[in-house]
Design a protein around this ligand. Sequence first.
Ligand code: ASP
Length: 412
Amino acid sequence: MTTRFVSGDLVRCDHGGKSRNGTYITERDGMAVVKLDSGYNIGVAPGSCRVTGHPEPALGKNVDVEQDHKLPNLSIVSTGGTIASRIDYRTGSVTSQFNANDILIAIPELADIANYRTIPLATILSENMTPAIWQDLARAVHDEIRDGARGIIVTHGTDTMAYSAAALSFMIDTPVPIVFVGSQRSADRPSSDNAMNAVCAAAAATSDLGEVAVVMHATTSDDTCSIHRGTRVRKMHTSRRDAFRSLGISPIGGIGYPLRKVTLGPHAVLRGTHSLALHDKIEPHCALVQFYPGMSPDLLKAYEGYKGLIIAGTGLGHVSTALIPALGRLITGGTLVVMTSQCMHGRVCDRVYDTGRDLLAAGVIEGGDMLPEAALVKLMWVLANENNREKAAALMQSDLKGECMRRSAYGL
Ligand code: ASP
């Protein structure tokens, strides 16, 4: 008799001379599609699998988690990403499906730290994030703080988390922590980082921090999370749990796990330093281009009419001589062009080489030590808030939220 499988059944299958555990997804072309515990999908003859268990019942919608009202009030604003994902048994892929309330149900440890309000803003993978959603996010976060939240957790996909964290850094002056958190590995994988990252984020959101930060695994073990400044962080690895790194500064803090002890560095902005303010205007007609050897000046024609352009140049901030007249034409046409570097560390200096001097003569602005992605978001924000070109250029060279530091820390 052939076994009938149901999507979500836990199965053990003989495949390639080995016996492996996984989750039955579907049958396709006569083969059973199984998601292995390692996260990869395989197709095997159905007869080589047997059922070892059944799926947990689906999480109920709107089931309220018991709250302890003596604990501080946090708000979780969910946007999607792997941290809020489950397997789609139709396709075997990971999709953003559940909301902030489901996260609370799935990670009961959170209930020991705070009392939560949940705001489901979006259920998207973060590659689908847009400046318009940053605005909705900033407004939602602002309203939660205004209404008394002691801290905010934003659950977000990891791919573009650094852009969104930078966006909120500019769009909100905050007296309380605004903590972005995600996970590299979905909850269905044994090595998932979602629960520990979420618990660390809740600890950071109840701490003395007073700025926008990203909280993610610091090491490959389950022992520490780092707290990164929202404007100085980058995802540096496609799949490792410790993918996030601060660039140009050390992390602003850390959280020991499982004790949840938060340690803030001397450079962290503390709770209550700033008063709450929302600056939610953003100019989306800005772009970021990475220069490469042989890049055709014709490509820059696509940016005619853009309000701003960030170049990720080589080394100290260069493009080829062939590109400079095209950049000059953009600048004359009203585009603010800011130079950053593809290098992970250091600052732009266009006064050393000829190409750099020519860029300055054409009107390109040096972007200091800003990360290209933070510079893009800042440019969108600056150009929405300042019409005067000289003032906008000066703002791009000022440090607003730790994104453009006067001095680089030694060794970073
Ligand atoms: N592509 C996913 C996203 O950024 C990856 C993740 O969530 O980590 O939404």
